[in-house]
Write a protein that binds this ligand. Structure first.
Ligand SMILES: [Zn+2]
Ligand SMILES: [Zn+2]
Ligand SMILES: [Zn+2]
Length: 398
């Protein structure tokens, strides 16, 4: 490994001249704690740590350093994961492309991150929400509810005892006595099959017996069934789960948007800046406050908060996602097209323009009523009307 050239503020590269084990590289990078520095290997090495390897690796490192030098110092030295992510994309001139990576528990990774920033899903999603990244769907993976790993074996199981030791057997129907069972229950002899109920030999298929289909036989408990269950076994924590209770995670690839590039070159994403959505909400709320003062047209703001005791996400992610979709369906049907919904900490805000407090109360009852009808698993979302001072506080926040 070659040392750094110049002070901490100047870009430099880490060059490995010989093979190093993963855990040593990990330790080295942690020590350097500069997640933007190019890492190259003079020996051909395909591992994710390296921006380039082999004879041309110096050219790649030089190109990365030049692009890092384009970035303002506030970004180059930023400890904010959003800045780091965008700066890596920019300096490597690569999108955040999701790909399968069986060495990771999540089974998906982003090569451009070079093993930095963990799986970075939350960070990328936050940047997408703020308009700094575009995204395209990559894949949906099941996730172990116990340890969050996606290294899972999906298997067919016996519906009764959940053993994967199952087989398909032909079903035999004996016409004279009406007995029907899987072939293994008939006594097998050199002459043919003997019926266990009437002890007769089965002679002519189609005349005294037939084979109407097949059944699933469990070699573990002996159960005979016409279908199987699907089960998941986690390769990391060895837990077994039924298919219906498996959470899923959607993975995306991301591309830098002009707004993302502008933020990056302008000094960073500044995580304190509000979302576009909440900004829009604030403008409308300020307008509603002004209209009320000038024309006496009342407005109301509802705040919906998820009950933390419900914590329905921990039961099943899929159930939670379904519930969230249903909640937005309910809101769309209970609200007027002119009403505005914006996300807030652990819930949402709804601006109802031209509405009295009594009518807002009716809207809440309507939402509660429809919610109980439509959403099977109560997500614990409860609405209340905000006071004027609370509204003014939201409108005034910067
Ligand atoms: Zn029989
Ligand atoms: Zn069984
Ligand atoms: Zn697990």
């Amino acid at each position: 490994m070659k040392g750094k050239a110049g002070g901490n503020n100047k870009p430099y590269a880490i060059v490995l001249t010989a093979f190093l084990a993963d855990r040593l590289i990990e330790r080295l990078l942690r020590k350097i704690s500069n997640p933007l520095v190019p890492v190259i290997s003079m020996e051909a090495d395909e591992r994710e740590w390296f921006d380039a390897s082999g004879p041309d690796c110096f050219d790649a490192a030089r190109a990365i350093i030049e692009r890092l030098e384009d970035l303002p110092e506030t970004v180059r030295l930023s400890g904010n994961t959003e800045d780091i992510l965008l700066a890596r994309m920019y300096s490597r001139e690569r999108d955040l492309i999701a790909d399968y990576d069986p060495r990771k528990p999540a089974m998906v990774g982003y090569r451009v991150l070079g093993g930095q920033l963990g799986d970075a899903c939350e960070t990328a999603h936050a940047l997408f929400r703020r308009g700094f990244l575009n995204r395209t769907f990559f894949d949906r993976l099941h996730v172990c509810p116990q340890c969050r790993s996606s290294a899972l074996n999906v298997r067919e199981e016996c519906c009764k005892c959940r053993s994967p030791q199952i087989g398909e057997e032909t079903v035999v129907h004996h016409f004279p006595c009406g007995f029907e069972a899987v072939e293994g229950e008939f006594r097998q002899t050199a002459d043919g099959l003997y019926c266990p109920k009437c002890s007769q030999l089965l002679r002519h298929i189609g005349l005294d017996y037939d084979k109407p289909g097949s059944a699933i036989v469990c070699k573990s408990c002996g159960a005979v069934d016409d279908s199987t269950a699907v089960g998941f076994v986690c390769m990391h924590c060895r837990s077994r789960h039924d298919a219906g209770r498996m959470p899923v995670q959607d993975w995306y690839s991301y591309q830098l948007t002009p707004a993302g590039l502008q933020a990056l070159l302008g000094g960073g994403t500044d995580p304190r800046k509000p979302d576009v959505e909440t900004d829009h909400f604030k403008v409308l709320l300020q307008q509603a406050i002004r209209h009320e003062a000038a024309f006496g047209t009342p407005f109301q703001v509802l705040k919906g908060v998820y009950d933390p005791a419900e914590d329905f996400r921990s039961h099943s992610l899929r159930l939670a996602e379904q519930s969230e979709h249903l909640v937005s369906d309910v809101l769309r049907s209970a609200l007027r097209p002119v009403d505005t919904v914006a996300p807030c900490e652990n819930g949402m805000l709804i601006l109802l323009t031209h509405m009295s407090e009594a009518d807002a109360q009716k809207v809440i009852s309507e939402i509660d009523h429809r919610m109980a009808e439509v959403v099977l698993h109560d997500p614990g979302l409860r609405f209340h009307i905000l006071s004027r001072s609370e509204c003014e506080q939201i409108a005034g926040e910067t």
